[in-house]
Design a protein around this ligand. Structure first.
Ligand SMILES: [Zn+2]
Length: 327
């Protein structure tokens, strides 16, 4: 049978007839039709996939927007050329905030928490709780909150604005180095750091009794291993997840951009505590991910942030690839 399916034929004919009828009625120009007001809001978003024997859900806190001048270490014209070549705006960079929630069957584990209600980088952020709700996940059911580092867009979702915890039943995991650096009272006098220190103190100090420090290489939750990747912050960590025969690397801010810091991973990011050390960590991790063909989640990568890295000249290339992991 090579005949066209009768349904698709009649459906096409119907669509065509409808289009022609619409054109003859002049729908587009008929002023008696109501004009729908613009709504100007975006929905919460989540993306679910099977991961070995676990179920994974990426929930969004929404995008943040930073000036392209955030990327340094090469002439700014070079940054703009790289962005333009990839069809990206040359003045701003958009960072998603891709929060992973892993249901191991035994534990519900969340990786980073978003920016909370503070609109530090544009109006798009602050959706984490709504995204969780849309995804059918109750914050009270989260057993563990794992923090890659203590920057605002990762820890300011820990507490609600009224000072109550967003995840009242969760243990909180972070490196000791990052905890100590970002809650250090003495740094409040540093005007560049003050707001970040205040924020980290507000979200972490009230939770001290339920914070557990992980160590480099430690499997601190079943199937969740910490890997120290210092530089972006002193105690920045990424996480290697395993379930069955599957592996997923959760990168946190080991790399911020799938073009700039892949094509030139030696470029620097202005918010790195130690940019040179950050470059070393980034190159080491990308080399490993490319050599072992390990899929990863980039916290700030285009939604939903899952893909692979390959070697490309002196740098790397990003291959987004969520479809292989659909349920
Ligand atoms: Zn970040």
């Amino acid at each position: 049978m090579t005949q066209t399916h009768p349904h698709s034929l009649s459906r096409r004919a119907m669509l065509l007839a409808t289009t022609m009828a619409a054109a003859s009625l002049g729908w587009a120009s008929n002023s008696t039709w109501a004009k729908a007001p613009r709504i100007n809001t975006q929905g919460p978003y989540f993306y679910r996939f099977a991961f070995g024997g676990a179920e994974a859900t990426v929930v969004s806190d929404g995008p943040v927007v930073l000036p392209a001048t955030t990327f340094v270490g090469v002439p700014h014209e070079e940054v703009q050329r790289m962005l333009a070549r990839s069809f990206l705006p040359t003045d701003n960079v958009v960072f998603e905030q891709n929060i992973l929630v892993l249901n191991t069957g035994d534990k519900l584990v969340m990786f980073d928490t978003g920016l909370g209600s503070m609109k530090l980088f544009g109006p798009g952020s602050g959706r984490m709780l709504n995204s969780l709700k849309q995804a059918g996940i109750d914050p009270k059911d989260i057993d563990a909150v794992v923090l890659s580092h203590a920057h605002p867009d990762h820890v300011w979702g820990v507490m609600a604005d009224d000072g109550s915890p967003n995840f009242p039943n969760a243990q909180i995991y972070i490196s000791q180095a990052d905890y100590e650096f970002w809650t250090d009272e003495a740094k409040l006098s540093n005007k560049d750091l003050k707001a970040l220190i205040e924020g980290a103190r507000r979200h972490l100090l009230p939770n001290r009794s339920r914070i557990i420090f992980f160590k480099d290489g430690q499997e601190f939750l079943p199937g969740v291993q910490a890997m120290a990747t210092p530089g972006h912050t002193v105690g920045h960590a990424m996480f290697m997840l395993s379930s069955g025969d599957k592996t997923l690397a959760v990168l946190g801010d080991t790399t911020h951009h799938p073009v700039l810091l892949f094509e030139n991973p030696r470029m620097e990011f202005i918010y790195d505590t130690d940019p040179k050390q950050s470059v070393q960590s980034r190159v080491r991790v990308l080399e490993m991910l490319a050599a072992k063909r390990i899929p990863f989640l980039g916290y700030h990568f285009p939604w939903p942030g899952i893909g692979f890295a390959s070697k490309h000249g002196d740098g790397f290339r990003y291959h987004p690839q969520p479809m292989q992991m659909l349920l």
